[in-house]
Design a protein around this ligand. Structure first.
Ligand SMILES: C[S@@+](CC[C@H](N)C(=O)[O-])C[C@H]1O[C@@H](n2cnc3c(N)ncnc32)[C@H](O)[C@@H]1O
Length: 214
């Protein structure tokens, strides 16, 4: 979706995607990585999963283009921060945690990034936040930032797109496999319709969440 859509959603507090709890797939499937390894969290919002990843000893790099979301993340988690510029993009770094959040467009960030290849990816509600015509560029940007055999998790969902407008968008299993060219293994599929009131109200009959491991 375009920036204006998300600026409006955050401004109106229309952020049903935000979860108070850590995503259960992290506890179950996140790989053991060496301390200090980097993790890319594209389209991170103010996800509390950033904290969980940092508590694993990881160097967390989030990208989110709505500044108020990033400021909410720091304030709601009692963190202080300083602002600088890295790779040509505004970087908000927590003082108390090894978390950097870049307030910028993810695709442009990937083009400009000239740091070390990033070791892992955590994508929850990022690929599925984007309409079909933006998803190939998004995955290419991830690949540009990551090392050649990244680790991590991707969480997607699939439902009858005719019954409800995205985001979140339904992304078919075959599309995920096409984008990621055999790098991912599907480890879990669960019907989460009851946790999505908008989908229930729209008449969606079934909505499955898929957990993929690199
Ligand atoms: C559905 S939310 C998911 C947030 C987070 N991953 C979570 O699980 O709570 C998608 C987020 O991506 C941000 N976003 C969308 N497109 C973006 C882009 N091109 N660059 C940076 N952030 C983007 C939106 O502002 C929004 O906060």
């Amino acid at each position: 979706m375009r920036a204006n859509f998300w600026i409006k959603a955050w401004g109106e507090g229309n952020i049903g995607f935000h979860q108070a709890d850590i995503h259960p797939a992290l506890q179950k499937y996140w790989p053991e990585l060496e301390a200090g390894a980097s993790v890319l969290v594209p389209l991170c919002g103010k996800s509390r999963d950033l904290l969980w990843l940092e508590e694993r000893g990881l160097d967390v790099i989030g990208i989110e283009f709505v500044e108020s979301a990033v400021l909410d993340f720091f304030c709601e988690n009692d963190l202080t921060w300083n602002k600088s510029v890295q790779y040509g993009h505004p970087c908000y770094r927590a003082h108390e945690r090894n978390i950097r959040l870049f307030v910028t467009d993810f695709i442009q960030f990937a083009k400009d990034y000239d740091g070390q290849p990033i070791a892992s990816l955590y994508d929850r509600a990022a690929l599925v936040a984007l309409p079909e015509d933006m998803r190939a560029d998004y995955v290419s940007a991830c690949k540009k930032l990551l090392n050649t055999s990244p680790q991590g998790l991707l969480i997607t969902m699939e439902y009858d797109q005719a019954a409800m407008e995205g985001p979140p968008f339904s992304v078919a299993v075959a599309e995920v496999e096409r984008h990621w060219e055999g790098k991912l293994k599907l480890v879990e599929q669960a019907d989460i319709l009851s946790s999505m009131p908008r989908a229930v109200a729209s008449g969606v009959q079934r909505l499955d969440e898929y957990v993929w491991v690199f």
